[in-house]
Each structure stands twice: as structure tokens, then as C-alpha cells.
Design a protein around this ligand. Sequence first.
Ligand code: RP5
Length: 162
Amino acid sequence: MSDISVGIIMGSQSDWPTMKLAADILDELGIAYEKRIVSAHRTPDRLWEYGKTAVDRGLKVIIAGAGGAAHLPGMMASKTRVPVVGVPVQTKALSGVDSLYSIVQMPKGFPVATMAIGAAGAANAGLMAAGILATSDPELGARLDAWRDALAASIPEVPVDD
Ligand code: RP5
């Protein structure tokens, strides 16, 4: 079993600029991850294999991003009990509302922890993964607390004119 605890998967290369924001958070917090293109529609066999082996390979969280008919997070949740954090990628045609609706409304039994559309959702997916891992890793927990404190400290108390 490897020391990679998070899998970042996405439906297309075109999703990477968004999903990289999740990877950036994991980098900042010192969390090992892998990244893969796994399309529910274009590479369904790859999706099946990824889900089938996720537990045995030691993955503890899967961050799955897709846009449009975004079936990847839900299908992955159907195939593995590893928690899936879904990121609705912002689309040109429908601004990502299509992605959000495709991911969020899962039937009972197969949950996907669905984030916000786009950049904020991707970054929050990284933080959600960190929070899950921190429940059994106090050193990571301390790093996450420090990250959150630094963010809070960076927010000015008084607004200024632009
Ligand atoms: C989805 O279709 C992908 O997740 C991507 O967001 C969207 C468009 O894919 P490309 O046509 O850019 O490859 O499957």
C-alpha cells in the first residue's frame, strides 16, 4: 500500500485548471496525492478499475471533478466506499449549474460530498480532504489549524476604497 491517501480525478484535461486548486491546497498541507483523468463517459473501464482498487491501494479520500453531464463523482461513489468529494466544474454553456445538479442529487445509499461550483469548490475539496484525514492524523490537524488561522489573520477588519 502506498503513502498516497488522496486521489484527484477529473473527467477531462480541460478540468485540470480547476482541479489544480485542490492539488495546490494538498501541496500546501503536505498531503500526498495522485491525479488522473478518469472519464465516466469516455473511459468507463478506467473508472471501474479505479473504484475497484481504491480501498486496497490505500486511498482515504477521492476528489472527483467534472463538468456538464458530470457523472464521474456519483459513479465513483457507487463503485467504492472511499469518501468522494465532488467538484462541479464551471461550464461555458450553463455556468456549472448543470455540473452541480449532476453531482449533488445522489440517491440514498451513495453519497457525494458536493462542493461549490468552480474554483472555490475545488479549493474547498482539498480542505475537506485535509479535514477528513486530520481526524486520524494530529500533525496534519495542527497544519490545517495553522492554515485556517493564517487565512483568518489575512482578512482586514476595515474595508478600504478600491
Ligand atoms: C466532462 O465534459 C469533463 O469533466 C469536462 O468538464 C467536460 C468537457 O470535456 P472536454 O470536452 O473539454 O474534454 O466530461
